[in-house]
Design a protein around this ligand. Sequence first.
Ligand code: IPE
Ligand code: IPE
Ligand code: MG
Length: 252
Amino acid sequence: MKHQSSTLAVPDISAVPRHVAIIMDGNGRWATKRFLPRVAGHAKGVDAVRAIVEACAVRGVEFLTLFAFSSENWRRPADEVSVLMRLFMTVLEREVGKMSLNGIRLKIVGDMSRFDPKLQEMALRAEAQTADNHRLTLTVCANYGGRWDVMQAVSRMVKDNPGAHDFSEGQLAPYLAMAYAPEPDLFIRTGGEQRISNFLLWQLAYSELYFTDTFWPDFDAEALDLAIASYQQRERRFGRTSAQVLDKKKAS
Ligand code: IPE
Ligand code: IPE
Ligand code: MG
């Protein structure tokens, strides 16, 4: 199915968001509050990932996208970065078999070229191993940046169209890193900050935004339900008036 762009057409919407995108923030503060090293928060965050993937699948969410490591996170102390890298590898090694059994299709999106070749290979293998699953598509954004995404898409589009000077949004869409998914319906950021931090800049154009103070390791199915309930209260107008939205609802 071809996915619509929310700025070009009004997408179909459903009570359960089809696509949920999450900035999993607050691991470090969760740990610091408990007098633990920051990396203990990252390890605990993996448990939350496991729970939320399953909770989303059970609720009928089709696409779940998690921001695991931003293009700016290289600025962190080297030992924290290397612990995070090792954690990715362990998770890939341990969880992919389970994902397969649970019908999870895994996608890893971002500039992987900066990662250890072994990690790159594991990521490709995990994607291949889960490629035929249909219950939920889990995208992990690693060394991802929204600006990187737009730029890599533009570069590839221009390369494929030598001599062309005018391009449309529709032409760019297939080159974006997450062209296989509809745009996120619901964006969640845990950990109290209210910013996008260079996550999916293009794709969040018309997403509903939800911020919670809960630290990521504490974000559970109940917290997810609060976010979905908040989403269900929103009126998604996509530029139209409230009266138009209501008329359309009555007619359908
Ligand atoms: C998010 O938690 C995880 C990553 C960025 C990898 P943080 O590590 O940013 O936690 P805080 O924001 O310092 O609490
Ligand atoms: C955003 O969190 C990136 C991830 C969750 C992977 P950060 O904690 O790095 O964001 P900033 O730098 O505080 O905005
Ligand atoms: Mg943070």
